[in-house]
Design a protein around this ligand. Structure first.
Ligand SMILES: C[S@@+](CC[C@H](N)C(=O)[O-])C[C@H]1O[C@@H](n2cnc3c(N)ncnc32)[C@H](O)[C@@H]1O
Length: 295
């Protein structure tokens, strides 16, 4: 089994002296694909929504709750209706232990990905999803309740507006931020609607603990490059994971060879089922910034 495919699911900081890393976890994203493929033998050409259900079968979500939620394809995060900061929750109310390491998934969509991680890692971390589409948040919260998860929470929020004040108020360390297949907003004049913009990058860098990680991916090369360029530009504070962890190699263009999370997101499943490529980067915040080293 490829070491890269086994990375760390739980984002809790390990006691590793050299590097704060995700703790190792045995789930294997290829394992999921293999399982899905086995099922595909029996069911010819399933819809990719069926593939999502297969991949997330462990969650055993109540059928009524898995039903279709009618939502608009894209929203404009620059619209005034999304400019209000999301209220800060009472963290003691939403997480059993609000001092645990926190993972934040920006633009979490349905939330299945985070719910799965939270269920797998009940004691080692808290999982917060930020999503701009209210109906998805409502449904994800109903799953949290149905599964009696005490380490997952979803907030209706425009991450561009609310990420910083939400994470600053969290009592524990922020150890992982993911931005997975963000809305592409293809037209050049709409690029400013993309979620990864300099102020958000700065907020993430400021809020992460040393050793904390940022996981990015997209099935749209232009979007992946846009995110990558912004984080590559922060090399004083961030380094790409292959510089510090040889078990997570990249291809010759610098994209991670495999998904390090042990589970694919819904968009990822859809894209791969259509033959698309997922472009991934995983950054780690330096424990000592290059500036400090120079002084
Ligand atoms: C293409 S979907 C991907 C969902 C999920 N990450 C996945 O990979 O399956 C992008 C998600 O980001 C959400 N989103 C877009 N802009 C956002 C913003 N500014 N703040 C929070 N969520 C946002 C969208 O509503 C949508 O659910």
């Amino acid at each position: 089994m490829a070491a890269a495919a086994k990375l760390a699911l739980s984002h809790s900081i390990t006691k590793s002296p050299s590097l704060c890393s995700f703790s190792k976890f045995t789930a294997d994203s290829r394992g999921f694909s293999v399982r899905a493929n086995a099922c595909l033998d029996a069911v010819k050409q399933p819809m990719s929504t069926d593939l999502v259900s297969l991949e997330y079968a462990d969650l055993n979500l109540p059928p009524a709750e898995v039903g279709h939620v009618r939502i608009r394809q894209h929203v404009n995060p620059l619209s005034s209706s999304f400019s209000a900061p999301a209220p800060v929750p009472d963290w003691k109310e939403v997480f059993r232990d609000p001092t645990l390491p926190l993972m934040v998934d920006i633009g979490c969509g349905s939330g299945r990905f985070l719910v799965w991680l939270a269920k797998r890692n009940p004691d080692s971390g808290n999982y917060l999803g930020l999503e701009i589409r209210k109906k998805l948040v409502k449904r994800a919260e109903s799953w949290v309740k149905d599964l009696a998860l005490t380490n997952a929470h979803f907030i209706f929020a425009n991450a561009a507006v609310s990420f910083r004040h939400l994470v600053v108020s969290y009592p524990g360390p922020l150890t992982l931020v993911s931005i997975l297949c963000p809305d592409p907003h293809f037209k050049k004049r709409h690029h400013k609607r993309r979620v990864v913009q300099q102020p958000l990058v700065a907020s993430i860098l400021d809020s992460l603990v040393p050793g904390g990680k940022v996981f990015l991916q997209s099935d749209v090369l232009d979007v992946a490059l846009d995110m990558r360029n912004q984080f590559d530009a922060e090399s004083i504070m961030m380094q790409h994971i292959d510089e510090v962890d040889s078990s997570l190699p990249c291809d010759s263009d610098g994209w991670l060879l495999s998904n390090p999370m042990g589970i694919r997101t819904e968009r990822e499943i859809h894209a791969e089922s259509e033959g698309g490529t997922i472009y991934r980067r995983l950054y780690q915040k330096r424990t000592t910034s290059l500036l400090q080293l120079r002084n």
